[in-house]
Design a protein around this ligand. Structure first.
Ligand code: HEC
Length: 110
């Protein structure tokens, strides 16, 4: 294979993996939907167990800022009184993926 072809293939792969890494929809499905539900309504086994409020609910959306959402994703959420972990820190996300997920969360509001 000639070097030009190789470099075209390499750059195509780089572009597609970047696009994948930043896709909030698939990150949501992979890392969030088990608790929050595909549609954010948390009607999942975990969602019910943890009594997670629906992301479609405007009051719930208003209860946290974008900064708090970023912090929740990166550092997790602990119950302030019992100290029990409610949401574990979500690992393996780049900063721009976290930002995109916050936007995804905001878009779930009805
Ligand atoms: C292990 C289950 C679980 C997973 C997985 C999970 N969450 Fe959560 N999340 C929770 C719980 C529990 C809460 C607290 C809900 C409440 O207070 O009603 C929460 C709250 C939040 C909040 C509100 C933050 C705040 O300060 O109240 C945001 C935003 C959020 N999650 C985003 C995400 C995103 C994005 C992902 C995936 C990257 C994710 N969560 C994955 C359980 C989970």
């Amino acid at each position: 294979m000639n070097p030009l072809r190789i470099s075209i293939i390499v750059s195509a792969l780089t572009v597609s993996s970047l696009a994948l890494a930043a896709d909030a929809g698939s990150n949501w499905t992979d890392k969030c939907a088990s608790c929050h539900g595909a549609d954010g309504q948390a009607e999942t086994k975990m969602g019910k167990k943890l009594k997670i409020r629906s992301m479609t609910d405007a009051d719930f959306q208003a209860s946290f800022t974008d900064e708090q959402a970023v912090k929740a994703i990166k550092e997790g959420i602990k119950d302030p009184t019992s100290g029990k972990v409610k949401m574990k820190p979500i690992e393996g996300l780049a900063d721009d993926e976290v930002t995109a997920l916050v936007q995804h969360v905001r878009a779930l509001k009805k």
